[in-house]
Design a protein around this ligand. Structure first.
Ligand code: CTP
Length: 403
């Protein structure tokens, strides 16, 4: 849940909501009356797709403040004005936002924003100390030029940094200290300078896994084909076009990688000799000679030492048999298989996955790609832990840590 209190920085909260939603969060906004003087509730409603509460009059059931307090996994108040900090420090419940903060058991994060003199005032500093002492996380403020013309501490932290702070607060630690390399999206294979062979991959699954892995404490490097998605906060990303460029980018960062997840829909073939100039229309039929690309997953799986390797399989039939065959064929540790065709798989927001590994399988029923990513990573973390413990038993270094 996002609380918005009164201050010019409230305009940045609209961008914050957009970025949180892009990262897969469901965001409900509670505004103080003063906040509505700066940004309209409809802005937040449109960006979040959720209802917005602006005060007690919006507590339709009389219990909305309790429901919101229970519903929220995290409450971030951004901007948190000097007055809001004071009221929260006192434990007041004199408006809906303060009441929700008082009633919740969810972790509370505050992004202060105010004039530098107000921030420096001993009263504000005492309030901040009091709140921090209760386990409230303070994010910022940053220092710099202020809307009032002053220079100093009091600027609200930028939305990217707040998304990152929230992601860190969710960090399960499941993959803490682990480095992941993830491929995502389609590749484009040049036919001539203006045309390419591509596919319908949206990259959504790979980006969702990158966001979830980051939230689980991993260091994440994404190698992405062309997609219309925002890179999740805290994730390093190299944009590539062709299968060869994707392979090169992966190999350049695979040395200290612990887990490799190949979600990209890599072209299996590329034009053997892309034309140097634009191919002109002609009366006769045109033939393109295609040559196979290198299989990135199989290449990484054949390295020694190598990371734990997870592949994806998009199948139209015999899901389990094909997934098992593909796992063996590519030397992957696990394959996540899904059915494609009939509107399933590509370009959708949800999916269903069958995970197969040596001696086991698990069906992840249809849900959003963001949730699937979390469930998939639980299984990946299991396999990774198992691999590490069998390495320790045999003293055979598997991953770079012990190599
Ligand atoms: N993959 C890869 N490099 C390639 C082709 C595929 O890394 N050149 C990876 C994909 O990212 C995915 C897995 O291999 O994780 C399976 O890809 P898929 O295209 O389904 O398998 P193919 O080997 O191409 O088999 P087919 O198209 O015949 O089903």
């Amino acid at each position: 849940m996002l609380g918005v209190s009164g201050g010019i920085a409230a305009y940045k909260s609209a961008e914050l909501v957009r970025q949180l939603c892009a990262a897969g969060a469901v965001v409900r906004v509670v505004m103080t009356r003063a906040a509505t003087e700066f940004v309209g509730a409809r802005t937040f409603q449109a960006l979040s797709g959720e209802p917005v509460w602006c005060g007690w009059s919006d507590d339709r059931s009389g219990m909305d403040h309790i429901d919101l307090a229970r519903w929220a996994d995290r409450i971030l108040v951004a901007p948190a004005s000097a007055d809001t900090l004071a009221r929260l420090a006192q434990g007041r419940a004199d408006d809906l936002l303060a009441a929700v903060c008082l009633a919740t058991e969810a972790p509370l994060l505050l992004a202060p924003a105010m004039n530098q003199a107000m921030w420096r005032h001993p009263a504000t500093q005492e309030n901040v100390q009091r709140l921090a002492g209760r386990g409230v996380q303070l994010c910022g403020p940053d220092a710099g030029e202020q809307a009032c013309g002053d220079v100093g501490p009091g600027r609200m932290r930028e939305p990217e940094a707040l998304v990152e702070a929230l992601a860190e607060s969710f960090a399960s630690g499941l993959l803490a200290g682990v480095k992941l390399v993830i491929t995502a999206g389609p590749t484009r294979e040049a036919v001539d300078p203006v045309r390419f062979l591509g596919n319908r991959s949206s990259g959504k699954m790979g980006y969702a896994i990158a966001a979830a892995a980051r939230a689980a404490g991993a260091r994440v490097e994404l190698v992405s084909g062309p997609v219309a998605l925002e890179v999740p906060a805290g994730v390093a990303c190299e944009q590539v076009e062709s299968a060869q460029a994707m392979l090169d980018a992966v190999l350049a960062r695979i040395n200290d990688c612990d887990i490799f997840i190949a979600t990209a829909a890599v072209a299996d073939y590329r034009p053997a000799a892309p034309a140097q100039q634009k191919i002109k229309k002609q009366a006769e039929a045109l033939s393109l000679q295609l040559e196979p690309t290198t299989d990135i997953l199989a290449t990484v799986a054949a390295l020694a030492p190598r990371p734990l390797c997870i592949g994806f399989a998009a199948e139209t039939e015999q899901l389990e048999q094909n997934a098992r065959r593909k796992r063996m064929h590519k030397g992957a540790d696990m394959i996540a298989a899904n059915r494609v065709g009939d509107g399933q798989g590509f370009e959708t927001d949800d999916n269903e996955l069958l995970l197969v590994w040596e001696g086991g399988e698990r069906l992840l029923p249809r849900t959003t790609k963001a949730r699937l990513a979390v469930q998939l990573l639980e299984q990946v973390a299991n396999l990774y832990a198992r691999r590490l413990s069998s390495d320790n038993e045999t003293s055979q270094p598997y991953a770079k840590h012990s190599a």
